[in-house]
Write a protein that binds this ligand. Sequence first.
Ligand code: PLP
Length: 378
Amino acid sequence: MRRVYLDNAATTPIDQDISNMMFEMMKNNFANPSSAHADGRRSKIIIEDSRNKIADLLNTNSGSIFFTSGGTESDNMAIQCAIKDYNIRNVITSRIEHHAVLYPLQDLERQKKIKLSYVDIDDKGEISKKHLEELLNKQEKSFVSIMHANNEIGTIQDIYFIGDLCMQHNAIFHSDTVQTIGHYPFDLQELNVDFIAASAHKFHGPKGIGFIYISEKTTISPFLRGGSQERNMRAGTENIYAIAGLAMAMDIAYANLEKEKKYITSIKDYMINKFKQEMPAVNFYANCADLDNSLYTVLSVNFPEHASSEMLLFNLDIKGISCSGGSACASGGSKESHVLSSILPGSKRPGIRFSFSKNNTKDDIDYTIAKLKEIYIS
Ligand code: PLP
């Protein structure tokens, strides 16, 4: 049976060239990069070349890039280390952050180590800049964690503005950029940010690898202690193949960024119009249908009252379509999405997230709409 994959915000398929390269490297470059012999030095060079490539693409110094196991570890590292090392009490975030941000912050709040405030958001998921400014306490150094783009509804925050505001208030700014690295250009010389987080599997790289950017002006102690890898900042033998795969995925993503953005936007636009023409009772969450003001990879849709998101997802899956209800973690269970309930409290309409990649076609969309119509008519 045909399968259509529209769950690219959860993860993207790895590019074949990347998996081929990694497979060859696994056979040929097995030496431990910490070993002083020639084989070890070759592995070390692969890691440093990868770091340099990533730093160049983001216009920063390679010394600011540290490899981690992905977005979750990078978010946890920034939050836990910066709050501890800078002795921070005043922490500001939003209710629509990924759980990789919310859970460590809520743990610290439960332990009474921080005072956690949530910046107001509107029904599009956009933060109130005025409220953020009010929360930034000039007397006390604050830590702010606001994501660049939301993985469920695709809302994009103005992180350049937030970064400048944080700088004016001497606050530390962390942004979860997991959904935008590899999809949007970044200039880290221009962006005032202390930490950003990235994950290779969101842009056709391997899973379990990512990085944290730590600005030169910010110093934290290591999150994982042990060996002296990553200049003592992240202990553990490096996953050389995955690091090389991450760098190659970044290279491909940024070399084709504009072309792919245009193509994926056209797929999203096609689906929006299909819904408008063929299923007019469907609504779009937040700014989703505004192509200039939302993540071009995400279309979050609100269906007429009919069945739960779980039933709809189950029926779509049976018909060969993979997508999510809210975030991937929420899609497996019956837990309501914290993002959707934050922007539209009390809504009973099932929410489904379709998310796109360069591999999707208009035919995938036609197939999906046809199957959705069958579900709604039956
Ligand atoms: N932050 C956001 C916004 C995400 O979408 C995800 C992945 O779903 C993560 C963090 C976690 O990233 P990883 O899967 O690399 O741990």
